[in-house]
Design a protein around this ligand. Structure first.
Ligand SMILES: Nc1nc2c(ncn2[C@@H]2O[C@H](COP(=O)(O)OP(=O)(O)OP(=O)(O)O)[C@@H](O)[C@H]2O)c(=O)[nH]1
Ligand SMILES: [Mg+2]
Length: 293
């Protein structure tokens, strides 16, 4: 019997949701950073295993909304949870549960009618052996009916066992996507995400969270992918930080972005980047739409 279904990958920011999806797929489809609130939009990673297919929905980390953007992000994440066949709740098992984790499982139990939940107790590579029993018990107590597994997305530990547990819970059905597809995101959108990832990597404090990327042109010619992109920032001060002294920061972001886009597309890339200000874009409905949210 073939199994197919939607798996919402849910948890507080920074627990390793996107890393786990990339590891399960064996390819980078989602951007990752050491900063919280990296993922902004739900994205599907397609895991095909013979006749079975699991659609892993990478959701943004659930947290208290501070901007209109955060509110949109949260309502999108909640609708993904309610639509899914299985919820994969990711926690950082190297730490004991915090209030934020409790709020997430409450939301999951409220939003998802199927009640098919697997807890991926992630970052087991960081778990102190003394805390294995106490921490796993604390998370299991928060949702006693759920299946659970200690895993590490980064170190690729126990991922096959986790996949088995999820497959067990998926409904019968035939595949949605072709075997060679790994994400529903276009190459153009992935390129803009890789630029946002590079911004997260090099910029500090609040600044990277106020960056949006718009790809204005994207075409292939003579074996090259030509991309023109704009980094949108919230004010003039951020603009000068993103450009940097002698343009050094934007150059750095551009080089890393180009190398990662080349890796993703397996093609040579010409990347042209500019910086523009859209005042307070994260709080303005029209501007949010303009930058693609
Ligand atoms: N040691 C260790 N680090 C991990 C593991 N999984 C993820 N990380 C690290 O945790 C950080 C956050 O990873 P992400 O995959 O971006 O986390 P996320 O849950 O998608 O975060 P948001 O999109 O912000 O909600 C990165 O620095 C990862 O390298 C793991 O299994 N072990
Ligand atoms: Mg993420």
């Amino acid at each position: 019997m073939c199994k197919t279904g939607l798996v919402a990958v849910v948890g507080v920011p920074n627990v390793g949701k996107s890393t786990l999806i990339n590891s399960l797929l064996g390819e980078k489809v989602a951007i990752v950073s050491e900063k919280a609130q990296t993922t902004r939009e739900a994205q599907i990673g397609i895991l095909t295993l013979g006749e079975n297919q699991m659609l892993l929905i990478d959701t943004p980390g659930i947290s208290k909304p501070r901007h209109l953007l955060d509110k949109k992000i949260m309502s999108d994440a909640m609708s993904r949870i309610s639509e899914s066949d299985v919820v994969l709740w990711i926690v950082d098992v190297s730490k004991s549960p915090r209030e934020k984790d409790r709020q997430v499982i409450e939301l999951i139990l409220k939003s998802n009618y199927t009640n098919k939940i697997v807890i991926a107790m992630n970052k087991m590579d960081l778990l102190n052996p003394k805390h294995v029993i106490s921490n796993t018990d604390l998370y299991r107590d928060l949702c006693p009916s759920a299946k659970w597994m200690l895993v590490s997305g980064l170190k690729q530990l126990n991922l096959d066992k986790l996949v088995e547990q999820i497959l067990d819970l998926l409904p019968n059905g035939s595949k949605f996507y072709n075997d060679d597809e790994i994400t529903d995101m276009s190459a153009r959108k992935m390129a803009s995400e890789l630029m946002r990832e590079a911004s997260l990597k090099y910029l500090r404090d609040e600044i990277p969270h106020g960056v949006a990327v718009i790809v204005e042109a994207f075409d292939e010619k003579d074996g090259y992918v030509n991309i023109e992109a704009v980094l949108i920032v919230e004010n003039d001060r951020h603009k000068s930080i993103v450009i940097g002294k002698n343009g050094n920061m934007i150059k750095r972001i551009g080089i890393t972005s180009r190398l990662n886009i080349e890796k993703m597309m397996d093609k040579r890339v010409n990347l042209d980047t500019h910086v523009k200000v859209q005042y307070d874009w994260r709080n303005n409905p029209g501007k949010l739409q303009y930058v693609g949210y």
